[in-house]
Ligand binder design. Structure first.
Ligand code: ADP
Length: 245
C-alpha cells in the first residue's frame, strides 16, 4: 500500500462536483505540488485530506490506516499537519508563546494552555528549538502581530511542525511574499523536507517547478496529469488547459 493512498474521492457542493473521482498514490518522501487553475479543486482536496471536509464517497489511507472522514485533530494525530493560506496566530501573544501553545498541545499538557507554559521550561526549550530550526529565534519575544508578513508565514509553519508531523501540507506558502521572503521559505521547505513529506498548493510556478519532485495537475476536480516538473512542463494537455501555451 502507498504511503498516502487516495481512491475514487468525490466531494459535491449541492449539484456541483468539486472533487470528481480522484485517485492517486503519494510517496513517502519528496515534495509534491498540486497545481491547477482557480476553482480546479485544490483547496477542497487539501480540506478532504485534513478532515475539514468529509468526502461523499471514496477513501483515504495513510500509512495503511483508513483516515477517511476523520476530524481535523484526529488527522493531526495521525501525523499530518497543515498551514493555511491565511495565517492564523494568537495575535496578542509573542512568537515564542504561539509555538509554546503548539508544543504544549503535543505534550498533552493542555489543561491550562495559556498560563501553564510560562513556567514550563521543557515546553519553552522545545519551542525555542523549533524557532531556531526555522530561523526566527531572534524574534522569539516579539509580538506575533508586529513581525513582517514573511516571518508570520514562517511562524505559522513553526506552529504546524510542533505536532512533529511526517507529512506537512502547505496552502500557498508564497502568497503575498517579497522575492527575498520567497527565497527564505523555499530554503525552509527544502530543509523541512529532509525529515517531512511536503505537499504544496501553490500558484508561484517558479517555486513549483524549482522545488517539486512530483506535480499533480487538477482540472475541473479531476487529475489531468501527474509527473515530474519536466514531464508536466512538456505535457500538451496541461499546456492547453492551464499553462496557456
Ligand atoms: P481551488 O483551490 O483550485 O481554487 P477550490 O477547491 O477552492 O478550488 O474550489 C473548487 C470549486 O468548488 C470552486 O468552483 C468553488 O466555488 C467550489 N466550492 C469550494 N468550496 C465550496 C463550498 N463550501 N460551497 C460551495 N462551493 C464550493
Amino acid at each position: 500500500m502507498a504511503f498516502l493512498e487516495i481512491r475514487n474521492l468525490v466531494k459535491r457542493f449541492g449539484a456541483f462536483v468539486a472533487t470528481n473521482d480522484v485517485s492517486c498514490d503519494i510517496d513517502e518522501t519528496g515534495i509534491l505540488s498540486i497545481i491547477g487553475p482557480n476553482g480546479a479543486g485544490k483547496t477542497t482536496f487539501f480540506n478532504l485530506l485534513t478532515g475539514l471536509l468529509k468526502p461523499d464517497s471514496g477513501s483515504i489511507h495513510y500509512r495503511g490506516k483508513d483516515i477517511t472522514g476523520l476530524k481535523p485533530y484526529q488527522v493531526v494525530g495521525q501525523g499530518i499537519a497543515r498551514s493555511f493560506q491565511v495565517v492564523s496566530l494568537f495575535e496578542e501573544m509573542t512568537v515564542l508563546e504561539n509555538v509554546c501553545i503548539g508544543v504544549q498541545h503535543r505534550l498533552g499538557q493542555m489543561r491550562h494552555p495559556f498560563r501553564s507554559f510560562k513556567k514550563n521550561k521543557q515546553v519553552q526549550e522545545k519551542a525555542m528549538e523549533i524557532l531556531e530550526r526555522v530561523n526566527i529565534a531572534d524574534k522569539a519575544n516579539n509580538g506575533a502581530a508586529y513581525i513582517p508578513h514573511g516571518d508570520r508565514k514562517i511562524l505559522d509553519l513553526a506552529v504546524a511542525i510542533t505536532s512533529e508531523p511526517q507529512t506537512l501540507l502547505l496552502d500557498e506558502p508564497m502568497a503575498g511574499l517579497s522575492k527575498a521572503e520567497r527565497l527564505r521559505i523555499t530554503d525552509l521547505i527544502k530543509e523541512l523536507n529532509k525529515t517531512t513529506k511536503i505537499i504544496i498548493v501553490e500558484h508561484d510556478m517558479d517555486l513549483v517547478f524549482g522545488i517539486s519532485d512530483e506535480i499533480i495537475v487538477l482540472h475541473h476536480g479531476t487529475i489531468l496529469a501527474t509527473g515530474t516538473p519536466k514531464e508536466i512542463a512538456n505535457n500538451n494537455e496541461v499546456q492547453a488547459a492551464y499553462l496557456g501555451h
